[in-house]
Design a protein around this ligand. Structure first.
Ligand SMILES: [Zn+2]
Ligand SMILES: [Zn+2]
Length: 240
C-alpha cells in the first residue's frame, strides 16, 4: 500500500487538517479543504472509491459535500462510492450537505456517485475493493463515537487511530499493524488526543514492530526533537 498524507495538521495549525490517501483510492477522513489539497498534491478526487470516516467532528468530514460534487456533478460513477462511518452517525453527511445546498442536488449527486453509506462499529470487519477494513473503537470524547481503522491487503497492514487519547484501541491497532498514523495533537498528554511524550514512549516500545507516524499536529509539536516516531508533513508518501 502507498499512503499519501493529504493533511497533517490540527484545527489551529498551518498544515491541512488530517487525512490520508491509500493507493490513490481509499481516503481516510474528508476534512475542510481536503478536495482542493488532493488536487494541489497532484491526485484526483474522482479516483477515490472508498472513504473511511473516523468520527463526525468537522475537521474530519466537512469536505464530504465537495467530494460528492467532485464525483457526481459532471460525471457519473460506474461503481459505488463507498463511505464507511461510525454506526448511528452517518445521517450527518446529508445534514451537512443540506446546510449548503438543495435537497435535489444531494439526490442527484447521491445517484450519480452510486453513494453507498456503510455504518460500522467496533471490531466489525468489511471487505471493499480487495482491502480488509476493520473498525477499532478508540476513546476521544464521551459523547461521540470514534473509530480507528486497520486496513489490510496482500499480507500488509496499516493503522490509523483517528482522534483519540491513549487507550486500548490505540494499543490494539499498534499490535496488529506495521505502520500506524496516529493523532499526536499536542506536546503534553490530553484527555482527547495523544501527546507527543506518550507517542515517543509508544514509539520506543514498538520500534521493532510498528512505525508510528504522527499527524493532526499543532505547529509546536512539529518543531520538537523526536527519536522514535516520524513527524509527517502534508504530501509525504510512504509504503506499507
Ligand atoms: Zn475529533
Ligand atoms: Zn480532529
Amino acid at each position: 500500500m502507498i499512503v499519501k498524507m493529504i493533511g497533517t495538521g490540527a484545527i489551529l495549525a498551518t498544515r491541512f487538517s488530517a487525512s490520508a490517501l491509500i493507493d490513490d483510492k481509499i481516503l481516510i477522513d474528508v476534512p475542510n479543504g481536503a478536495m482542493k489539497q488532493i488536487r494541489r498534491l497532484g491526485n484526483k478526487p474522482e479516483n477515490i472509491d472508498v472513504v473511511l470516516l473516523t468520527h463526525f467532528h468537522g475537521d474530519h468530514y466537512f469536505d464530504m459535500p465537495f467530494l460528492l460534487f467532485e464525483q457526481g456533478l459532471i460525471r457519473k460513477r460506474e461503481a459505488p462510492l463507498h463511505v464507511v462511518a461510525p454506526r448511528g452517525e452517518s445521517y450527518k453527511i446529508k445534514d451537512l450537505f443540506l446546510r449548503g445546498y438543495e435537497e435535489e442536488t444531494y439526490e442527484k449527486l447521491a445517484q450519480n456517485t452510486m453513494l453507498n453509506i456503510i455504518e460500522i462499529d467496533r471490531d466489525e470487519e468489511i471487505e471493499l475493493e480487495g482491502y480488509k477494513i476493520k473498525a477499532v473503537k478508540v476513546e476521544h470524547t464521551d459523547s461521540l463515537k470514534t473509530l480507528g481503522y486497520i486496513i489490510r491487503k496482500d499480507g500488509k497492514s496499516f493503522g490509523y487511530t483517528g482522534d483519540a487519547r491513549l487507550c486500548d484501541g490505540i494499543i490494539a491497532i499498534l499490535n496488529k499493524t506495521e505502520k500506524t498514523v496516529m493523532d499526536v495533537s499536542f506536546i503534553q498528554k490530553h484527555d482527547m488526543h495523544v501527546g507527543l511524550e506518550e507517542a515517543e514512549e509508544l514509539g520506543a516500545k514498538y520500534k521493532e514492530k510498528c512505525e508510528i507516524i504522527a499527524t493532526h499536529m499543532c505547529d509546536d509539536v512539529r518543531s520538537q526533537e523526536v527519536k522514535y516516531i516520524k513527524i509527517a508533513d502534508d504530501g509525504d508518501v510512504f509504503e506499507v
